[in-house]
Design a protein around this ligand. Structure first.
Ligand code: ATP
Length: 763
């Protein structure tokens, strides 16, 4: 027993809570017309998720809520309280897990509010309609309602078009779950394809940028390559340049040393020579000194000569005095008395002093003596001798003094002469030295000029080297910036090691090669600059990011492609499975259909056929209903173009003993019987937990009612039956009977009743 109970609150005519328990295989619901029996069947449809308010005999959701009794307006006296919502609960025994949910009892509930909003619950938890539909479809009690046959709908399956029939049968066969899965997969597929499209368009959007970046990266890589060769070139160039500069420095320093030293020495020599020459300027002073010395010498000589003359005069006087003495003494001896007056003598002395010439002095003195001899006497001779001797003594003293003077004068003359001679010699010597010095100065200056020329050449070389060094430093900086530290991390080489210092040709060849290298470097530098590649690292980073993004998108696309494939596969599988199970189900139903049909009609044939809907292009606005074979035939005659459409179910009947073929030709009762046969056949193949039949038996006569009753009994072995009926035969088959009555308040009431009561109530 799967369906346990139904609880109706505020739904349609059920103003107050009413509950039905389904403890027997067959439950009958009986009651007079308009009491609310069909509302019970509708309560089932409602709670199982029926979305068509129309099929629940309403226009809006509000119509499903109890709105007061007939004849009494809203809030009227007879209606009692009016609920704001209608709710129906269906309680299932799920101990056999008929419903795919892990509860022994499942309560499905639906509530509709006045604003037509609906709420669905499973075991009290708010859920979506979809959840209810999926849960129920697993138990073959889906929304198509094939197991709930409403009043006047006994031949619903016959009236339905082939597509609707197919849906009903699919539902009954429990294939709806595959349909749901298929629809779900198709939705997912559409979503996947949509995602693929957006990923593809994203990739398309990225593509040009990526292409641009790739080109940039290629440029950067090219530049990197150029930098690589630039590095090698730089290393080679710089190491050689450094070695060259070192070598040149050493060479120039070496070349410079000797001339520089010589020049320094020459400077000293020149200074010396110049000093000598400047000293010659003192020659004038020396000349003046010589002249002065000459004068001094002359003076000294003059003085000496004077003294000599004086001395000679004194010596003459002395000899004159001594001769006079001698003469006197002789005269004394003969003429001692001769007297010479003093005044005469003094006069003569005075005259002597005035005469320079000795001869004159002698002549004077002879005359004096002769004069005085003639008149002399002996008395005077003695005093004369004494006077002479006195004179002689005076004169000798004078002479001694003069001799001392002479010595002095001679000495002075000698020393002055010596001085003079020394000075002269010195002057002579100086003259020689100066001439030599002059010659030297010219020689030195000439050599100096020569050396300066050499040094200027060297300086020129040094200046060039300074420039080369500066340029080398700039190159190092350039290399560092352009290529990085590696470029300047070159191996040091010794220039002299590869090129002989003496071999200037080799040096010049090396310089040429070096210039070639330099040109090469410049060329590459220009090419790097011209490449216009921006910051390599940035470009690489951006490219990497863009590429990663693209790769990510490609992977995403591949994933989507994969899930698309698996979805397509799943859909195909589902379609195949549906097809197989559907056709399988149809053949099983056909066997049962034939069985029930011949039971009902005592023979004849009935079968279902899977057909394809025909689409007509000529009249596209025509509402297609291919349920009618005749029409179908007619249509196929008239239509020129036909297309294969959806699969559907056609019904073929062949009544016994009648030439009647086709549903159109059946009577109302026959239609009802055929319909019931098919319904029962379907229910036999895949029994739903319960079947609700609302006056399906209304059109049956007594004989057929019995057959109907028999079928119900056998059907009740597989499904619970809830039968709304006025039929006595049907009532007799029910284990429990509920009576529905409606009071003056317009509200339906439910009560469990006995068969006899039911028969009475039904009438
Ligand atoms: P019959 O035997 O003639 O088929 P029935 O017992 O099946 O009758 P129903 O069709 O179930 O009767 O009930 C119809 C009754 O329900 C009507 O009297 C109608 O007024 C009442 N009804 C329908 N909707 C509402 C509603 N929203 N509020 C109150 N009463 C309602």
């Amino acid at each position: 027993m799967h369906l346990k109970s139904l609880e109706i609150t505020g739904f349609k005519s059920f103003a107050k809570k009413a509950a039905l328990s389904f403890n027997t295989p067959i439950t009958g619901v009986v009651g007079p017309n308009g009491s609310g029996k069909s509302n019970v069947a509708e309560a089932f449809r409602f709670v199982l998720g029926e979305q068509s308010i129309k099929s629940l005999r309403g226009k809006r959701g509000e119509d499903l809520i109890f709105n007061g009794g007939a004849g009494t307006g809203p809030g009227g006296s007879g209606g009692g309280s009016r609920p704001n919502l209608a709710g129906v609960k269906a309680v299932f025994d799920n101990s056999k897990r008929m419903l795919n949910i892990d509860f022994d009892e499942v309560v499905i509930e639906r509530v509709v509010h006045r604003d037509s909003s609906n709420e669905y619950f499973i075991n009290g938890s708010l859920v979506r309609l979809k959840d209810i539909a999926e849960l129920l479809s697993g138990a073959h009690i889906g929304a198509s309602g094939h197991h709930i046959i409403s009043q006047g709908e006994a031949d619903r399956i016959l009236n339905a078009n082939i597509r609707e029939r197919r849906e009903m049968i699919e539902d009954a066969l429990g294939l709806k779950i595959y349909q749901y899965k298929k629809a779900e997969s198709e939705r997912k597929l559409a979503k996947t394809e949509e995602n693929m499209k957006s990923v593809e368009s994203l990739r398309r959007e990225i593509a040009p940028h990526l292409k641009f970046l790739k080109k940039q990266v290629e440029k950067v890589e090219k530049v990197e390559e150029m930098r690589g060769s630039l590095k090698t070139l730089y290393r080679d160039y710089l190491s050689r340049e450094e070695a060259y500069i070192k070598y040149e420095k050493a060479r120039l320093a070496g070349e410079k040393a000797a001339p520089a030293t010589e020049l320094a020495k020459l400077d000293a020599d020149l200074t010396h020579a110049k000093t000598i020459l400047s000293q010659s300027k003192n020659a004038d002073a020396a000349s003046r000194e010589v002249i002065a010395l000459e004068q001094a010498l002359q003076t000294a000589r003059g003085e000496k000569d004077g003294v000599v003359r004086e001395l000679g005069k004194i010596e003459g006087e002395i000899s004159a005095v001594s001769r006079a003495i001698t003469k006197e003494r002789e005269k004394q001896s003969r003429d001692d008395s001769k007297t010479i007056y003093l005044r005469d003598v003094e006069a003569i002395v005075k005259r002597v002093f005035e005469i320079d010439s000795l001869d004159d002095i002698r002549k004077l003195l002879k005359e004096f003596v002769a004069t005085h001899r003639a008149g002399g006497g002996s008395a005077d001779s003695a005093s004369a001798i004494a006077d002479f001797e006195k004179d002689s003594r005076d004169l000798s003293a004078k002479k001694a003094a003069l001799e001392a003077d002479l010595k002095k004068a001679s000495e002075k003359e000698a020393s002055t002469n010596e001085e003079y001679t020394a000075l002269r010699q010195k002057i002579e010597l100086e003259k020689d030295t100066n001439r030599e010095a002059e010659k030297n100065v010219f020689k030195i200056i000439a050599r100096q000029n020569e050396l300066r020329g050499v040094l200027a050449g060297i300086k020129n070389g040094e200046d060039r080297l300074v420039l080369a060094e500066e340029s080398f430093k700039r190159d190092i900086e350039d290399a560092r910036i352009l290529v990085g530290r590696e470029a300047i991390d070159y191996e040091k080489i010794e220039f002299g090691a590869t090129v002989s210092v003496a071999d200037s040709a080799a040096v010049s060849t090396a310089r040429h090669e070096q210039e070639d290298r330099r040109r090469q470097i410049e060329k590459i530098k220009i090419r790097i600059e011209d490449s216009g590649a921006g910051n390599g690292a940035d470009v690489m980073k951006e490219y990497k990011e863009a590429e990663e993004r693209d790769v990510f998108l490609a992977r995403e696309l591949a994933d989507l492609e994969k899930s698309k494939e698996s979805l397509v596969q799943l859909i195909n599988d589902l379609v195949n499975r549906l097809d197989v199970e559907f056709k399988n189900g149809i053949s099983k139903i056909n066997a049962q259909f034939q069985n029930f049909f011949s039971l009902m009609f005592g023979g004849g044939n009935a079968s279902l056929e899977v057909v394809r809907e025909k689409k007509r292009k000529r009249r596209p606005d025509t509402d297609l209903d291919l349920s009618d074979e005749a029409m179908n035939e007619e249509a196929s005659e008239n239509m020129e173009e036909e297309e294969e459409g959806e699969e559907g179910i056609d019904i073929h009947v062949n009544l016994p003993r009648k030439k009647v073929k086709g549903l159109m030709m059946l009577s109302g009762g026959e239609r009802a019987l055929t319909s019931i046969a098919l319904l029962f056949a379907i229910s036999q193949v895949n029994p739903p937990p319960f079947i609700i039949l609302d006056e399906t038996d209304a059109a049956l006569d007594e004989a057929n009612s019995r057959k109907y009753g028999d079928m119900i009994t056998s059907l009740s072995q597989y499904s619970q039956l809830i039968l709304i009926t006025h039929n006595r035969e049907t009532m007799s088959r029910a284990g429990v009977l509920y009576g529905v009555t409606m009071g003056s308040d317009g509200a339906s009431k439910l009560l469990s009743i006995a068969f006899d009561e039911a028969v009475a109530v039904a009438k």
